[in-house]
Write a protein that binds this ligand. Structure first.
Ligand code: ZN
Length: 367
């Protein structure tokens, strides 16, 4: 299921993950049927959660932008958000500042609300009295009666959960990694942070199973997958960066002629068990996949040429490091890159060859 796009802020696309939407609909439906009384207050709480997660992520992103990183999108999940950066910070100082910006915003909200409620306009009684606060049994009631207190509560939980659980990919994990990276190489720091993260995920999962807490199990899975993919992407980066990849560049890559019609191209692809191909265009190379071809009605396959539908493949300078090339491929979704040297075609690199090179290099680097 695709993300639901809400809008754009400073060039960053703000998106809602389907699970967030489903959660809101599910809770709405459940309460409507079983507990209509608390519908309004719960929806308000969800709205506060949504706004707080959004501003938390924006705080990360604005600090990242100010450090020169490009942010493509922010995806909002019920337990937090994920900012899609084109590149992750590797300088420990940058990562530390970006990581604490989100929770810092939440804590600033908490202090702001406390200041307004108790110091600036106490006569408005926006927050529960201190005597009421001392009785924790009333928490649900307090949240219902004092909306501002609910906003405070959401931000306190969000800020604490993200900052004080030292597990990647959460902010606490990033803080941990950046602190480690002040004293050791980035990949080693990530390795240690990943081990700690997996351990925390395991503990969370065990607690979740023992207590039957579905959310805790879900978060444990989120942490586990996030930490592993973090390790993987750092490892790819560090392994591929210094690699010389001249030997996998092909000056005359296997490609279909752009003049070929879709029907003939499909036949050839079936013969070779192929699902995608380079296409030789008048200038440079393009890319077609079975999916792209299927977007054209079958009846028009005879009169459609590959050059009509081929997507131009991205071009980068031949001096670009291999890890950046793989990153460009991942971002564009096109598994080929054209290399350019002195404004002229220098060759094509494919994702398959690059991944093979990564595995070879990885084996060579192994202790
Ligand atoms: Zn965060």
């Amino acid at each position: 299921m695709a993300n639901f796009v809400l809008g754009k802020v400073k060039g960053i696309s703000i998106e809602l993950h389907p699970t967030f939407l489903l959660l809101i609909i599910a809770i709405f439906g459940f309460l409507l049927v079983f507990d209509a009384k608390s519908l309004a207050s719960t929806m308000l709480l969800l709205a506060f959660l949504f706004i707080s997660v959004l501003l938390h992520e924006l705080s990360h992103s604005l600090v990242a932008l100010s450090k020169g990183f490009k942010i493509k999108s922010i995806t909002l999940l019920p337990i937090g958000g994920v900012a899609q950066a084109e590149e992750l910070p590797e300088k420990p100082k940058d990562e530390l500042l970006i990581a604490i910006a989100g929770p810092f915003f939440n804590f600033a909200m908490v202090f702001g609300i406390l200041a307004i409620g108790y110091a600036l306009i106490p006569q408005a009684k926006l927050l529960p009295s201190l005597e009421l606060l001392q009785n924790p049994d009333n928490l649900g009631l307090l949240i219902e009666k004092f909306p501002l207190f609910a906003l405070l509560w959401v931000n306190l939980l969000l800020g604490s959960f993200n900052l004080f659980v030292p597990a990647l990919p959460m902010d606490g994990g990033r803080v941990l990694r950046s602190l480690l990276a002040f004293r050791m190489p980035f990949e080693k720091a990530t390795g240690i942070a990943t081990k700690i993260s997996s351990f925390i995920a395991l503990i969370m999962a065990i607690f979740g199973i023992l207590s039957g807490d579905f959310w805790l199990i879900l978060i444990a899975a989120f942490v586990w997958i996030g930490a592993m993919s973090e390790m993987q992407s750092v490892s790819i980066k560090q392994t591929l960066r210094p690699v010389h990849f001249e030997k996998i560049i092909s000056q005359k890559p296997k490609a279909f002629s752009g003049l070929l019609n879709l029907e003939d191209a499909f036949e050839k692809m079936q013969e070779k068990n192929q699902v995608e191909s380079l296409v030789e265009l008048e200038k440079g190379f393009g890319f077609v996949s079975i999916e792209l071809m299927s977007s054209v009605k079958r009846a028009s396959w005879f009169e459609t040429r590959l050059s009509d539908i081929a997507v131009k493949i991205p071009a980068v300078l031949a001096s670009t490091p291999a890890d950046k090339i793989l990153q460009t491929m991942n971002q564009s979704g096109i598994p080929f890159i054209e290399l350019v040297k002195n404004h002229e075609f220098a060759g094509i690199v494919s994702e398959k060859d690059l991944t093979k090179l990564y595995r070879l290099q990885k084996a060579e680097n192994a202790p």
